[in-house]
Each structure stands twice: as C-alpha cells, then as structure tokens.
Design a protein around this ligand. Sequence first.
Ligand code: FES
Ligand code: FE2
Length: 454
Amino acid sequence: MELIDLKQLADVDEGKISREIFVNDKLYQQELERVFSRAWLFVGHESQVQNPGDFFVSRMGEESVILVRDKAHEIHVFLNSCRHRGMKVCRYESGNTSLFTCPYHSWTYATDGKLRGVPLYKSLYEGVLDKNEWSLIEVAKVTNYKGSIWATWDPEAPEFLEYLGDARQHLDLALDCRDGRPGGAEVVGVHKWVFPSNWKYAAENFLGDTYHNPSHRSVDLIGIGPSAEEGVKGRRDNELEYAQHVWISFAQGHGVHSAVQPEGQEYVEQFKNDPEIEEYFRNCYHERVRLMGDEARLRPFVGTIFPNTSFHGSQPRSLCTWHPHSPTETEGWRFFLVDADAPEKVKKFLRHYYMRYSGPAGMTEQDDLENWLYATQASQGTIARRYAFNYQQSLNVAKLDPVVYGLTIKGEVSTQVSEHMPRGFYKRWADYMAGKPWKELLGHNDTRFVPNQD
Ligand code: FES
Ligand SMILES: [Fe+2]
C-alpha cells in the first residue's frame, strides 16, 4: 500500500520536492524498507580488514553489521545481532578475533558466521537445535571494488558494476592511486558524528551542489588548503585552475561533479611549502599521465553513489556514508584515503589537511552541517511542510555536452552548475519507494529534465 502520492512528493518534471521526504516518519520507514534493504551500500575498505579475524563494525541503513575477514581470507558482512535473542555479538568498533562470543548467553560464532558454541548444548539442545541453521545473518551479496567493500540485502540486485554504471569512472578517481595505478588505497582514519538532519541533505550536497559555495566564504577567505601557503586562500589548492568543471547525472540515480583538464595541461604547482611533498605529487601526476594517457585529463571533485555513499576524489580524499538514524537525524562517517605505499611524511601531511577540512571539527564540514541542520529544523513546522523545495535550477535550459576539451564523458553532462543531478537522484528515489523492479531502476537514461541541448 502506498502511503503518500510519490509523484506529488518528488515532482522532478516541475522541479518541486516536498519537504515531507525530509521529515516524515512514515516515509522514512518506507525508505528503510525499500531503499536501504535493496540498494548496494558501502560498508568499509579492505585495508580495515587485512588479516584473517580482522573486523570493522559498520552500518547498513539503521542496522549494525560486521565486516570481517574469515580464516580462509574471505570477506563477509553479517548482521550484528545474535540469532538467540538479538544481542549485538560485537560491541567494538574494530579489532581482531577468532570468534564472536555473544555477551548475553555466550552463543559463539566463527568469523565465517557459523554458530560454533552453544553453552550446555548436550543437555539442553541436543537433537533439537541444528547449529547449521543458526549462523549469523549474512548479506545477499558483497563485493570488493578496488578495495572498497559494498553489500546489499537483495539477492535480486544486479552486480555492483552494473549498479554503479558510468559513475564508475569518477568513483575510480577517489579509489585509485595518485599515480594512476588501480586501487591501492588505505584508510587512515574514520570520522563519525551524529547531526540533526535528514540523510538526503548530505547525499544531495555531494551530488555536486556547487551552488552552495557562498556558505563556505569564511573558509575561502583564510586558506586551509594542503599548501596553506602564504597568499593562497581557499579550502583547496588550485590543481583544477585550468580545468572545465562538469556536473553529471547518471541513470542509476548517482551524480558527480568532476573536471576536465585541457590537452597538454602541465602539472599545476601545489604544496609549495614543502619541496619533498611537492615532488612526490608532481611525480604522481606525470606517472598518471603516462599510464592513463588522455583519460588522465578527467579529474575528481565530489560525487554521490545512490543512495548514501559520497566521495571527495582528491581534496580531501575520502568516502562518506550518511547513515540514517531517524527522519531528522543522521550519522556521518568519513573514511579518509591515502595511497597505501605513499611515504609516511605524505600520509601525515594529508591526515592533517583532512582534519582541518572535514568532520565535526573540520572548518568546511561545519558550514555544511549548519546549513543541513537549520534547514531541517525550519522545515518541520505545520506551515513549512505545506511548501515544496525548489529544484528548478537549469530545468529545461541546462547545456548538455558530453564532449569537453575533446574528451567524451558519459552520462548527462552539464558544463555549468545545475540541479539535474538531484532531479535524477529523486526520480530514482521515487522509483525505489514505489517498489519498482530492478530493470526499471537501472535500465534507461532519462534526459527529460534537460531536453534543450543547444
Ligand atoms: S542473545 Fe546471544 S546468546 Fe542469547
Ligand atoms: Fe560544502
């Protein structure tokens, strides 16, 4: 049974989205059932579970899950809930173990999820309890894509790469080494914090909401970029100084903001305060051009993989998840990435920059959080809820051009700021909420938001 008219809630043709989807509890419950129990969700990185027995406790939707590598080196994702009475079998954030012993009555599970130990089994359960039937509950599918681990509860879900579609090229820019080698990243830390806002504010922000730049004015006036160089203001270095920025929507609901450098673009000098760091990144740049050729001209900025995984591809390089707690509360996690084989000095340098920029105490993230939480607060009232949000930016007038500086980019590509990404996101969101089958969720690239391709 449909709870509320979805077309009315997310009217992407008119560019109007109801505030209800950001505050309404019934809709939120429907999201948990129809979005989070089906979509592929990011749960962690292989560098967090390198050895047999390594585990990292993550989340999928509201629920706690355990990402663990078993004795046979296989990666699993289990619901963190005992089969006996539901106690969390693991209450640590991460670590290494050979067994998960439930704190309540001590049922014990191996790292492959199998129920191994049941106290007083012989006298109380022999002949009745079949341990093979009572393993930890495991996700339907799990995949390791260039070190990033994703999982879904839906056995019917398409393979991850089909789900990712052409957004893959952009996610790669966050996951690959700075010198162009595929994968090879490691997580240097995870920031976690709870904020009073709907999860979609954050997801939407990373689809490429460049329009909100004025809210970062105070940070732009000081200069917290990697160089933090005298006279260079802003949050980042000017590595994209000569690039054409692009805003792209994908059929699967994902959206990104990337950039394309002109042909023959030389390395833009950064990190001027430290010649060693400067040389390292200069070498990475040249090596990447050598390895990737023309494709190296595509440079990363931000993106969101539907529904709640976002990334910063370069500065500050990280993957984020926006875990829902309630319609108006979200837990943000930022997984910070560095090349695993980068010199320690480079890792330390980047870690300090990441902390200046991101997380609850980061100078830039604080601006975003304030916007999201005040907007949530001001949208909960009886009167406020009657008025839809406006998503009409570039509706019917976006300039779509897949060829940028001679490089062909897949997806619906705009070369000016645009809200066709959130319109695509909410169109897909409404399809999930309506319980549509997978072929309709992924199958077609709908350009009707931006038909004017002059
Ligand atoms: S709840 Fe886990 S052993 Fe009883
Ligand atoms: Fe921001």
